[in-house]
Ligand binder design. Structure first.
Ligand SMILES: Cc1ncc(C[n+]2csc(CCOP(=O)(O)OP(=O)(O)O)c2C)c(N)n1
Ligand SMILES: [Mg+2]
Length: 639
């Protein structure tokens, strides 16, 4: 392998030096790709990656995590805030340390976010096998638990010989920086191989810049898209995460200003157009606004930009009801561009939006449609103001918490969330104010409980100048609070708002909606003043409102963060202000009414209900389900 001058390094040392020399460039802006490496050491990475990171701390700073899943979430949060032009590497020991990262890998890949995972692996020589924490597969000596990474990685390689390293590392970088292919990349590193020496070509260690080119659309595809839009009576844009990653917000706005086409948004695309724009209909789909869902129902040409068309966006294929509706899909990934039988415009979002504006010069949408969009958008803005207003004399409700965070965030603050009832409420209620669309960060590809705190840390590390508000339910909090200790240790000044409603309220509401009485979704037991765990939780005034018996505020304080307890929305506003000024990580705790949900606005989500039941409520829910399901469409017609 040696071709002339080489440097004698261990495999792990070569990896660390290589990662420290990688740069990414787009539009002439060049930045370091890896901000550092997170890790937890054990056997399998201590003597290899650990030694190398210690020796080369100047080229790749090391950060100690508390949970391997969480460290991958930190990398994902960071990558999303950096519009996929930067990330962290993550190193783990063998066995449980490695498999703890699998959930993080799935989240990154599903959200199309670059993260580099370096799990330790068992000996390539196999000599001491079985080693501590090794899975033995009697039929296949080459299997290890790291094979779990294969379905959730966009590129996987087990580096069993030092000679593989150069090619594997270059391939890893290609995938990580490719906007269509990116996701989790896993280089599994057998512990003996990590410490083996090799002659590394000097060129491998030199600075290397990966350029992200903006792919223009094929001329014919663009011409067809323009013709389809010109022929549309009710065109509608669905803006996805790709608009924001591509920094296409201004191009979207220019297209909309020139043509009057209204815009609605997915979770990842929320904030692509600021909420006060007259064409901004806000969230679409199962957690959509009345404005967006009404126009979606009637749209005849739907232009998806940078969306993967998840079931929340399409309301489980029921949102778009025009009998002749056709889709245009602008996407860097051919895989996504082909969905909904759409006209595939495989391209960078910004270039495509600019070219569409050129192609549509002189054309505008029907005035009646544009005016209708503006009226609906305005009316929903009034609905938001009504819903987020604190309720006199009642227990605080989550919508008012969102209103308070929205105000505290101002134009540049960021809200971070992932699972529970808050993502849907945020999707509907958040007033997006940041022109770059970086104020709204809800991870809803994997909707992974536990993402919130580490994800928020990643955002803050990528954008230290912004205030970061993590909105987290009590259930998500209990799953993974430990990285608050990491936030303290690393001085990452996030504001964590713990919304305590005594259990899995979102799933409880879903359960009640299908006739199952909230079974198994609340924490309270007879011992702490609530009903037993298997008792029905029907909601309503008779149901106990007080939140969980676990003192989450005390728990957060024990991890070293400053904690502020808010007993009302007024106190919450004061606490958010104080937390924002504090600079360090602060947790704000508030109990809310678990039964005061935000309504659904003329939409649906496909949750299958039991076809056979002894319970009248379940039978009624099944009948309602079959009725709603009739609205589902296949979208098979060619554009
Ligand atoms: C890791 C993981 N496990 C399970 C789920 C399914 N799930 C979605 S929301 C939820 C309850 C969340 O509870 P909490 O954080 O208290 O929010 P709330 O529903 O009360 O608003 C559950 C169990 C999930 N999304 N992620
Ligand atoms: Mg809860």
């Amino acid at each position: 392998m040696s071709n002339g001058a080489g440097v004698r390094l261990t495999v792990a040392q070569a990896i660390v030096r290589f990662l420290g020399a990688q740069y990414v460039e787009r539009d002439g802006r060049r930045e370091r790709f890896f901000a550092g490496c997170w890790g937890i050491f054990g056997h399998g990475n201590l003597t290899g990656m650990g030694q190398a990171l210690q020796q080369h701390a100047d080229v790749l700073p090391f950060h100690q995590a508390r949970n391997e899943q969480a460290m991958v979430h930190i990398a994902s949060g960071y990558a999303r805030q950096r519009n996929r032009l930067g990330t962290f590497a993550c190193t783990s020991s063998v066995g449980p340390g490695a498999t703890n990262m699998v959930t993080g890998a799935a989240l990154a890949t599903i959200n199309r976010l670059p993260v580099l995972l370096l799990p330790g692996d068992t000996f390539a020589t196999r000599t001491p096998h079985p080693v501590l924490q090794q899975l033995e597969a009697p039929h296949d000596a080459s299997l290890s638990v790291n094979d779990c990474f294969k379905p959730v990685s966009r590129f996987f390689e087990r580096v069993e010989r030092p000679e593989q390293l150069v090619r594997a590392a270059l391939e890893a970088m290609r995938v990580l920086t490719d906007q269509a292919d990116t996701g989790a990349v896993t280089l599994a590193l057998p512990e003996d191989v990590q410490v083996e020496a090799l002659e590394v070509p000097e060129a491998f260690l030199e600075q290397r810049t990966w350029t992200v080119y903006r792919q223009p659309p094929a001329r014919e595809a663009l011409a067809r898209a323009v013709a389809m839009i010109r022929g549309a009576r009710r065109p509608l844009i669905v803006a996805g995460g790709g608009v924001i990653y591509s920094e296409a917000n201004a191009a979207l706005r220019a297209l909309v200003d020139a043509t009057g086409i209204p815009v609605c948004e997915t979770q990842a695309g929320r904030g692509a157009l600021p909420s006060d724009h007259p064409a901004a209909l806000g969230a679409v789909g199962a957690t959509g606004t009345a404005a967006a869902n009404r126009l979606a129902r009637e749209a005849d040409v739907v232009i998806g930009v940078g969306t993967r068309w998840g079931d929340f966006t399409t309301a489980s294929k029921s949102a778009f009801q025009h009998p002749a509706v056709r889709f245009i899909n602008v996407n860097v990934a051919a895989f996504d561009a082909a969905k909904q039988s759409g006209l595939a415009v495989v391209a960078d979002a910004r270039v495509a939006l600019e070219e569409l504006r050129g192609g549509l010069a002189g054309w505008t949408a029907h005035q009646e449609w544009t005016r209708r969009a503006a009226d609906e958008a305005r009316a929903f803005g009034e609905e938001v103001a009504r819903v987020v207003a604190p309720r006199e004399g009642a227990m605080p409700h989550q919508a008012a918490v969102i209103g308070a965070i929205n105000d505290a965030a101002g134009q540049t603050g960021v809200v971070v969330c992932a699972a529970g009832s808050a993502p849907g409420d945020l999707h509907k209620l958040w007033r997006a104010r940041d022109p770059a669309g970086k104020g709204y960060h809800v991870e809803y590809g994997y909707s992974c409980m536990g993402y919130e705190i580490p994800g928020g840390m990643g955002v803050k590390l990528a954008a230290p100048e912004r205030d970061v508000f993590v909105l987290i339910g009590d259930g998500s909090y209990l799953m993974m609070p430990g990285d608050l200790a990491t936030a303290v240790a690393e001085g990452v000044g996030i504001v964590v708002v713990i919304v305590d409603n005594g259990g899995y309220a979102s799933i409880g509401a879903l359960s009640r909606s299908v006739g199952s009485a909230g079974f198994g979704t609340h924490y309270r037991t007879a011992e702490n003043g609530g009903p037993p765990l298997d008792a029905p939780d029907e909601g309503g005034p008779a149901a106990p409102l007080r939140a969980s018996h676990v003192d989450l505020a005390a728990n957060a304080a024990s991890l070293g963060v400053r904690v502020l307890r808010a007993g009302s929305i007024e106190e919450l506003r004061a606490a958010l202000d104080e937390a924002r000024r504090d600079g360090g990580p602060v947790a704000v705790h508030i109990e809310v009414d678990r039964y005061a949900g935000v309504p659904s606005y003329e939409s649906w989500w496909d949750v299958p209900v039991a076809e056979v039941s002894e319970d009248d409520a379940v039978r009624a829910a099944r009948a309602e389900y079959e009725r709603a399901r009739a609205a589902q469409r296949q979208y098979v017609e060619t554009p």
